[in-house]
Design a protein. Sequence first.
Length: 108
Amino acid sequence: MKIVEVTSIGITFVDSYVMTKFIDFKECNENWVMYNKRKKNWSEDEVEQYRTKSKCVGQRDICGKPCYFEFFTRPFTKIEFTNFLAQNHFRDLQRKILEVGWTTFDLS
């Protein structure tokens, strides 16, 4: 797996089958908002309030074996880091996601 580009729109990467894939951050965020609506039984007003505040597009675990990001696509898209510099690559992706205005939920 290789990250090609991280923008405010999403992530372009090449998977293990050498297929170029794209993760849409707006789609991920909307899935996160709707998950919270179902889980917390929110009204439409509560959903709209949360939607304006939330920038979450996935979850991450640097302590996982291997460390990974999991994005809220349908189905979820998991990016694992398995090489010698895995934690460095993990932190680099985390930094890039923050720089373009989105966040991920920390599971570690």
